[in-house]
Design a protein around this ligand. Sequence first.
Ligand code: PEP
Ligand code: MN
Length: 354
Amino acid sequence: MSVNGSPELLIVMTPGATAEHVSAIVHRLAEAGVRARVSRGREATVIGATGDGELLAALPLDGFPGVDQVVPIVKPYKLVSRELSSGPTVIEARGRRIGGGSFGLIAGPCAVEDREQLLETARAVAAAGATMLRAGAFKPRTSPYAFQGLGAEGLELLEEARAETGLPIVTELVDPRQVELVLATADVIQIGARNMQNFGLLAEVGRADKPVLLKRAPSASIEELLMAAEYVMKEGNAELILCERGIRTFERATRYTLDIGAVPVLKAETHLPVIVDPSHPAGRREYVPALARAAVAAGADGVIVEVHRAPEEALSDASQQLAPAEFAELAGELHELAARMGTGVAAAPASPPG
Ligand code: PEP
Ligand code: MN
C-alpha cells in the first residue's frame, strides 16, 4: 500500500558506495517506473523508492553493488526511523560532533544584543568547554513589541565570535526569505519551536547543506516532531539534530514541562542525535542545572543552554539565562555525567574555566 507517494522501500548504501552505484539504482528504479529520492547523509546515502509495492518487492535491489540493506517501511516516518540506519547519525560542524558518543554542549545568549555582550559570553562558554555557540540574530517573539534581534548585524557579530573562539555557530532561521543570509553565517541552522510545522521553512532547510537543529513545538507530539524531521530529510538533508524543549501542560510552576520521557523514546525511534534545552522549560535559572542533569542522565546526546554575560541585563529570557560562572559549574557536572552515560564528553576546555 502506498500512502500518498511516501517511500515504500529504503535502499541504504554502504559508506563506500560511489555516485555510479547510486545512479545505477536510480536508473533501475526509473526503468521499473518507480520514483526514487536520494538523501545524502554523512554516514551513508539512502534512496527512498515509491511505487507499486509488489513491483518494488520483486526488484532484486540487494544484489546491486554498493547496497548495504533494503528496508521495507512500516512507520509513518521513514527516513528518520531507526529501521533505516543501524548506527547513530553523527552531526559535525567545524570538527565538533554531536551523537554517537560525542556530547554536544551548546551554549550562548538567547539573542545577540551587542558586540561586548556576545563576545564576552562567547569567551566564557568556550572557556567552560562549550562545543558550539548559540545565539539568535533573528528572534521569534510572542509579542511584536519585544526585541526582535539585531538581524544581519547580529550575524556579523556571530562571525566575529566564531573567529575568536573557534566555536561553530548555531543560529535561528525564522523566515524562508532569509535563508541565504543566515546560511552564509550559520554552521548549524536552528528551527525554533514556533516553526516546527512551518513546512515551507522545513523544505528550505531540507535543501541546505548545513545541519539543522529542529526544536519540538510545545504542543507537538513526539510523532509530529519526527514527521517534521521527515520533511527536512525528504528534501535531501540528512543532517538533523532533534531538540526537546518543554511542552505546554496545565503546570505553571515552570515555564514549560520538560518531557524527559521524550529522550528515551526519540533515542529508540530515530537514529538522529537528541538534545535537550533545559532553559526554556525551566524559565528560571535556578531550575536549569537540575533539568540539564536529568537530560544527560536520560541519555541525551547534548544540551543547549542559555548563558548571558550579565543575565539581569538580558533583552530576552533574562530570568532563565545562566551567568558564566553558573554555566562553568554546570558544564563540569555534565561533562562527568555524559562520560558515565557513554554519550561522551564535551571537548576539553580550551582554557580552565573561571
Ligand atoms: C530559543 O532557543 O531562544 C527559542 C526561542 O527557543 P524555542 O524556539 O524553543 O522557544
Ligand atoms: Mn530564549
